[in-house]
Ligand binder design. Structure first.
Ligand code: UDP
Length: 385
């Protein structure tokens, strides 16, 4: 048996732990500095309302990958869930993602799908051929009014910088539709686990070859005791910020109990203008419409720069970060026994299903003793056991 250390008990760590454990070749220790497993997917029942709380913000599972969907369904029962977001703007309340209802209501028209597509095309900025940033991407795709109504202020609040500094790819996460479909995601498989994400991670980690230690801050001096380490914490923290601090955005919440059945009538309402400082309000009972609760729990979400001690959520990927990342990549390549996995260690804006997909590939390649060059930004595996 080889000794494996996994740093972080989120999806990356838990999936890799499970897949390695099942091969019966490894003794696995998973450490996490927090007092719970499941990382930022952590869910728990709120004592006062009984509502299942997505403690670090809402997580709606969605994927087109049938393997990932089948895999995750083995570790917990998923209930069908469609995320339908509403947006409070200076011009009124609209449906998101941008769809035919949004377009018709904002422009006070009654266009059909073909007319709407032609209309939005006519609004797009034709001078932008290859959008270089978030703002250019939005102006090219939907024009100034939609950009300023839905995206500009929200993005400044969310990312704390000018949208011209952000990658165009962030906007590409959101669909734009010329029909009345208001499902926030295009993915084929969508749902929310009935017993919460913590239960799924707990089931993944429940194996005789896996030990979990919480409240345990990783120290790279331990590497010598292990044949291989899978590290899912922030890459800059691994190297003690020796090249500088990468930009991650953090979020925090103002938590409230509503003494009634329904506070806002929807799971997520985005606040797209700068007249309030929060970005969205989520009311968590609506993520579990199969449950009933007399009271309600809602959280206002705020965004801030990640200071020391704050939890990093979103890699910012500004020009300075890209420059720093190259320096960290060089250090990563020198780490013979460590694989850097997941959103924080590879510094990418990844969703749960992408994290799971990569973790499965990494784990299987590891078990097969194969080198894998395609899992992420970094050489993810340097097998030396
Ligand atoms: N966005 C926006 N207005 C909205 C919703 C999203 O400008 O009402 C932008 C914003 O920059 C955000 C990005 O689109 O960071 C991606 O949105 P998504 O809902 O995918 O963000 P997540 O749920 O990952 O926080």
């Amino acid at each position: 048996m080889y000794n494996i250390l996994i740093v972080g008990a989120g999806f990356s760590g838990a999936v890799i732990a499970r897949e390695l454990a099942q091969s019966n070749k490894y003794n696995i220790l998973v450490v996490d500095e927090r007092n719970h497993i499941a990382g930022n997917c952590y869910t728990q029942r709120d004592n006062e309302t009984g509502v299942m709380e997505h403690v670090y913000g809402p997580h709606i599972f969605n994927t087109n990958n049938q393997n990932v969907w089948n895999y995750i369904n083995r570790y917990g029962e998923f209930m069908p869930y469609t995320n339908k977001v509403k947006a409070v703007t200076k011009s009124g309340i609209f449906s998101l993602p941008i769809n035919l209802l949004t377009i018709n209501q904002l422009f006070k028209k009654s266009l059909n799908p073909q007319e709407a597509e032609a209309f939005i095309l006519s609004l797009g900025d034709k001078s932008i051929i290859e959008p270089k940033n978030f703002e250019e991407q939005a102006l090219k795709l939907v024009g100034r009014l939609i950009y300023e109504t839905f995206f500009k202020d929200y993005t400044i609040k969310q990312w704390g910088c000018d949208p011209k500094e952000l990658p165009a790819s962030i906007l590409k996460r959101l669909p734009i539709r010329f029909n009345y479909d208001d499902n926030y995601y295009n993915s084929k498989y969508q749902g929310i686990p009935k017993a919460g994400y913590t239960q799924i991670i707990s089931n993944l980690l429940d194996h005789p070859n896996i030990n979990v230690k919480l409240n345990t801050k990783y120290n790279s001096d331990w590497n010598k005791n292990y044949n291989h380490i899978f590290y899912s914490g922030p890459v800059d923290a691994y190297f003690n910020f020796s090249k500088g601090k990468l930009g991650y955005r953090s979020i925090y919440f103002e938590r409230n109990i509503f003494d009634g059945i329904d506070f806002q009538g929807n799971a997520v309402i985005n606040y797209c203008s700068n007249d309030v400082s929060f970005t969205r309000i989520h009311e968590h009972k609506h993520f579990a419409p199969w449950e009933e609760h007399a009271k309600s729990l809602y959280l206002k979400e705020f965004s801030k720069e990640t200071g020391f001690g704050d939890i990093p959520f979103y890699p910012k990927n500004l020009a300075y970060d890209k420059h720093l990342l190259l320096k960290y990549k060089k250090l990563v390549h020198m780490e013979e026994k460590v694989s850097f996995v997941g959103r924080l260690a590879t510094y990418r804006y990844m969703d749960m299903h992408q994290v799971i997909e990569e973790a499965l590939i990494i784990a299987h390649n590891f078990v097969d003793y194969k080198k894998n060059e395609q899992c992420g930004n970094f050489r993810s595996l340097s097998i030396n056991i």
